[in-house]
Every structure is written in C-alpha cells, then in structure tokens.
Design a protein around this ligand. Structure first.
Ligand code: GTP
Ligand code: MG
Ligand code: NA
Length: 461
C-alpha cells in the first residue's frame, strides 16, 4: 500500500462524554440497533467498536448535499464507544488514545458535566480534533421532533418560535461553558475554520435529527485535518479489548486494529496472566458491518484485514489472555531478539497493574472480566485506601478462594473477593462458604462499590 492521499486508512473515531448523554444511543440510531437497551443498568462498562462501510454513511450524509456528489476518500469509519460513568476514566483514556478524531457528546439540557470536562482534558492532551454532538434536542420544551433522521437546520426551521429561541439559548450557554475552558465553538454551519473552532452539531438519538449532519462532518473532518495521519501506515497497532468464549470457536479475543495489516496464520503475542502468550491466528473474523463488536453475533471470515477494523481472532491458548492490552505480530518467531522485544513490549501495561498489589500481602482479592474493569476497581480501592493482595481476570475458581482465604489469619475483613462481571464456579462458591471467604459479585460496577463499602462500615462497628 502506498502512502498517498487517495489511499487513506479508515479513521478511528471515539465517542466520549458524561454518563447518559446518549453516546450508545447515537450509535444505535446510525446502526439501527438496540445495544443500549441490553446494557446492565443502562450504562456502558466496556469499550465497543463498530465498523461503518462508507456507502452506508454516505447515504445519510447525502441528505445534506442538495444533489451534489460527495467526494470523500476514506474507505470506512471505525467508531469506538466508551463508558461515561466516572469509574471508567481508564477506558475513556484508552479509547481516546486509539482514535484519530472524537465525538464529544453533551446533553444540551445539562451542558458540560464532570466527565465531559475530563474527556476534553484527554483530547487536549493528545491534540485530538473533536466535534461536539449537542444531543437530546428533542427534550427542549415544545420541540417538535422531526422524523426520519432530519438534517438539523431543516428541523430548526420547523420549530415553533419559542422552542427555537430556547434552543439558541441552550447553544449559547454551551458555547459560554466551552469558552470558559478555552475552546471556541460554533454551530457547524457557521464554523469557518474547523482547525481553530470546534463544531457543534445539534442531534437527537431518539428522532435521528442531526444524524446526517454528524456523519457528514465525520466524513469531511478527516480529510480537512488528518490526511497525513490517515495515509496508510504499515506499522501494526492492535489492542485486545476482550477475551470471550464463542461456541464453535473456543476462546477468542476481540481486537481493535488501528494500524497495519493482520493475516490468518500470523504469529501473535498477547499478555497472559502467567506471562506472554504466543500463538498462531487460526481464524480472522469480523462482525457484520454496522454491528457492535461487544454484542455476540455472526462473523465474517477473512484472510487479511487492514486497519482500522474491529476483529475477532480465534487462536489456541487464549484462555489466559488479558483484555485491555497490546497485541503484537511476531514477524520472525525464530528470532530470539524479536521474541524478547515483543515480550517486553507486550507486558508493559500489565506490569503497571501489578504494582497496585500490596507488597505486605494484606488486602482484598479483586477479580474482573477485563483489564479495563480491573483497573477501574483498583482505582476505586486505592481512593478508598483499601489494600489489594491479589488480582485475577476471568471467572472465580477454587484457587482464587484459596488465595483469598490466606487473609483469614492476617486480617479477617480482607478475606474477601470482589468479582465484577465474572462468574463464580460452583465449587469456588462452596469452598468460600466453608472457609468463610466473602464473595461480592455485581455486573454494575458501582453496585459492587456500594456492597463493599456497606460491608466495611459494618465491620468497623
Ligand atoms: P453511558 O455509556 O452509560 O455513559 O451512557 P450513554 O452516553 O451511552 O447514554 P445512553 O445511550 O445509554 O443513553 C442514556 C439515556 O438517554 C437512555 O435512556 C436513552 O434512551 C436516552 N437518550 C439518549 N439520547 C437521547 C436523545 O437524543 N433524546 C432523548 N429524549 N433521550 C435520549
Ligand atoms: Mg453508552
Ligand atoms: Na447510559
């Protein structure tokens, strides 16, 4: 692949913003899916990824072209969904580190909220260009929501005067708040210089108003701002998002490929709980276009995949792979030098996590489904000054209970397993009951915090 301006890779776009501003719902509206309805507690707790072929995106965006042909040269879009809940700073950080541009979603009735500002901080640090979706315009008093993904300006023209005035007031309030933190913003159709001024796109994820506008900007922005960055780069960049058992495929890993090309038969290296895992790609799969990768579905087989894409890899030995870490392709597995280099690179993230484990050996045992959620739990425990003696990723087994039970002598209150979004094996549960180890489980992270905080209070009394 040559590095030319008419050979661009797909941009990676990250959706960021405060909890419940409508990030997932906006994607649902574009995909015509219902992912948000299926989320525990209605909150996103993982990074998601969806691949949008260019034709599907163009179709919506053309509503704004007034008969003109739109000439965009990115092959597709890869959109990454992130959680807005405050516990998941780490996942917002990871999402923002993977992306070329971002959509910052703001609830037009709430303005800038704490995680909005945190997200802006992340984008600013990496100088990532972003646009703002001022979402939930349909909730403006007396707003007459227009159906069928109506372009924003067409919808505004149809509003009763007081709704339009209320809308303009809300927009100005948001602009003031952005100005206070050093950003110039304009409604996108009034924005003359997207390099200096952030575009605001009023949207509704429920009626679809403004969705064509949002897509049009996502297509236009990369070419205006990012052509250099999107010229195909052969360097492989891949992150393991999740480790999942899929019927007929065994244990698979979900990966976001943000750079380079990956092929069936490639030798890969990923982080494992007991050290680096080396394996060969048996099958290279993707979900169907416009399907969220974190939702189980049917997969398409490929011989080779180019960035950017969300992919599922089936390979031997992935049971102990750790989600939320780097994946590397080993060009020459017979080269000890390269193997050593990859081992060091791939284990970097995991080493940082291990430093959170209390060296005195006293503390609770923490278990989660991904490195991302494990990090979130560890962060909570750190801020609550609760020590951690051990960590694991995946379902709770007997040996986890055995490890936690060593606390029965050292500090009874720590003979506890905090298990987030993972199962507890029957034998492990039985052993815990016999031994007197408490296991707290939850599939909503703050429920786990609440349970455990209540338990600690009780013990102190
Ligand atoms: P987290 O991922 O948990 O941070 O939330 P989110 O930003 O993905 O928001 P989500 O898509 O879960 O939407 C939160 C709630 O707001 C849901 O009940 C949605 O139905 C609702 N919602 C989202 N967008 C809109 C909108 O444009 N209009 C209205 N009226 N409701 C919306
Ligand atoms: Mg969400
Ligand atoms: Na939500």
């Amino acid at each position: 692949a040559s590095r030319t301006a008419d050979h661009l890779r797909s941009p990676v776009i990250c959706i960021l913003g405060h909890v419940d501003t409508g990030k997932t719902k906006i994607l649902d509206r574009i995909r015509r899916t219902n992912v948000q309805d299926g989320e525990a507690g209605g909150i996103t707790q993982q990074i998601g990824a969806t691949y949008f072929p260019i034709d599907a995106v163009k179709k919506e965006a053309t509503k704004l072209a007034e008969g003109r042909q739109l000439d965009y040269n990115v092959p597709s879009l890869l959109i990454i969904d992130t959680p807005g809940h405050e516990s998941f700073t780490n996942l917002r950080s990871r999402g923002s580190s993977l992306c070329d541009i971002a959509i910052l979603v703001v609830d037009i009735l709430h303005g800038l909220e704490p995680q909005t500002k945190e997200s802006i901080g992340l984008l600013k640090a990496r100088k990532t260009p972003f646009i703002v979706a001022l979402n939930k315009i349909d909730r403006i008093y007396d707003w007459d929501a227009q159906p069928h993904n109506c372009p924003t300006r067409d919808s505004i023209a149809k509003q009763p005067r007081h709704a339009r005035e209320e809308f303009m007031r809300r927009v100005r309030d948001a602009q003031l708040e952005f100005a206070e933190i050093g950003f110039n913003t304009e409604l996108y159709w009034e924005n003359e210089d997207p390099r200096k001024t952030v575009s605001l796109v009023p949207t509704s994820a429920i009626s679809g108003e403004g969705i064509p506008d949002l897509l049009m900007l996502l297509l236009a922005l990369p070419q205006k701002l990012l052509t250099d960055r999107l010229m195909f780069n052969p360097l492989l960049e891949a992150t393991v998002l999740e480790v999942k058992v899929i019927e007929g495929l065994g244990t698979t890993i979900d990966v976001i490929l943000t750079g380079g090309t990956i092929r069936e038969g490639d030798t890969i290296m990923v982080v494992g709980l007991d050290g680096p895992i080396v394996s060969t790609i048996r099958a290279l799969l993707t979900p169907h276009p416009m399907k969220e990768m974190r939702v189980k579905g049917q997969y398409l087989h490929h011989k080779e995949i180019k960035a950017a894409q969300g992919i599922k890899i089936s390979a031997e030995g992935m049971e102990k792979a750790v989600a939320g870490t780097q994946l590397m392709v080993v060009q020459d597995p017979t080269s000890e030098v390269e193997m050593e280099y990859c081992r060091d690179e791939v284990m970097k993230d995991f080493q940082t996590i291990l430093t959170d484990v209390d060296k005195s050996g006293k503390g609770v045992y923490v278990q989660a489904s991904t490195l991302g959620s494990l990090e979130a739990l560890l962060e909570f425990l750190r801020s609550s000054k609760i020590p951690v003696s051990g960590i694991n990723i995946g379902p709770v087994h007997k040996r986890d209970v055995t490890k936690a039970s060593t606390m029965l002598e050292r500090g009874k209150e720590y003979a506890t397993i905090l298990a987030f979004d993972v199962g507890v094996e029957k034998e492990a549960r039985e052993l815990a009951e016999d031994a007197g180890v408490r296991i707290f489980t939850a599939d909503i992270i703050y429920h786990l915090f609440d349970q455990f905080t209540a338990y600690m209070e009780q013990i102190k009394k």
